[in-house]
Design a protein around this ligand. Structure first.
Ligand code: GLP
Length: 241
């Protein structure tokens, strides 16, 4: 893993946006894997600013998000589809049909998982996958104990994860109990991975990630086995490392 240490959240976001922007500029066609949550928010803002400054089109880009809640329609303001539209897609010229998230309202969730996995494969795989990390080491919604061999699947969300995400919902009860997520193997098949870690709440997770122990009890630890991972960590995240 190539670890880049930065001062704070803002510097992390600027560096991440610069790296993504470079890949987008240099590739005639590119497939991005995208993430939600608080961590990548300003990365998207910075990416939009760079696109505007440079007159950079996103018409050659397609995207696949890591995950989506089960039971929230696209228009729900807490759906990840809505998050992505608000924070990125509505501000760049990417054709909507080239932006993909799992459909958490699909009549057959199992079928949706298979179809999503096939769509990624048909696209030729993900060129660069943006990732955040949960304090328990989850990536996407792959909670501790998820097999490293997992593909896109339905998950029961850990109580810890629901609590962490409750800040976006009126009450904890409103946080969905299930989600569809790319599997760990799906993530590992990306040609390049960019992991962002910011804040004190992630310090233990960062230290574990750097400990080199690869275990399904800490999903992000598998990233140690990927040949092309860049981690951008701020001072607070690196404070117990
Ligand atoms: C969420 C998302 C993950 C995200 C993680 C951390 O549950 N499914 O993709 O990386 O938890 O979120 P945050 O960046 O808000 O700390």
């Amino acid at each position: 893993m190539n670890i880049i240490h930065v001062k704070n959240y803002e510097e992390m976001s600027q560096k991440a946006a610069a790296l993504l922007f470079e890949r987008i500029q240099q590739s005639p066609k590119i497939t991005l894997g995208l993430a939600t949550g608080g961590t990548p928010e300003n990365t998207y803002t910075a990416l939009i600013a760079k696109a505007k400054e440079n007159g950079q089109s996103f018409s050659h880009v397609q995207t696949f998000n890591l995950d989506e809640y089960v039971g929230l329609p696209a228009e729900d303001k807490n759906s990840y589809r809505h998050y992505m539209e608000q924070r990125l897609f509505d501000h760049i010229d990417i054709p909507k049909e080239k932006t993909h998230l799992p459909n958490g309202m699909a009549p057959s969730l199992e079928e949706e998982c298979r179809a999503y996995e096939n769509m990624i494969a048909d696209a030729g795989g993900i060129d660069i996958q943006l990732l955040g990390i949960g304090s328990n080491g989850h990536i996407g919604f792959n909670e501790p104990g998820t097999p490293f061999s997992s593909k896109t699947h339905v998950v029961e969300l850990a109580e810890e994860t629901r609590k962490a995400n409750a800040r976006y919902f009126p009450t904890l009860e409103d946080v969905p109990k299930q989600a569809i997520t790319m599997g760990i193997q799906t993530i590992m098949e990306a040609k390049e991975i960019l992991l962002l870690i910011s804040g004190k709440a992630k310090a233990e997770a960062f230290a574990k990630l750097c400990s080199d122990e690869v275990t399904e009890a800490f999903p992000a630890s598998i990233l140690n086995k990927h040949p092309n991972v860049t981690v951008i960590a701020d001072e607070e995240a690196a404070s117990v490392y």
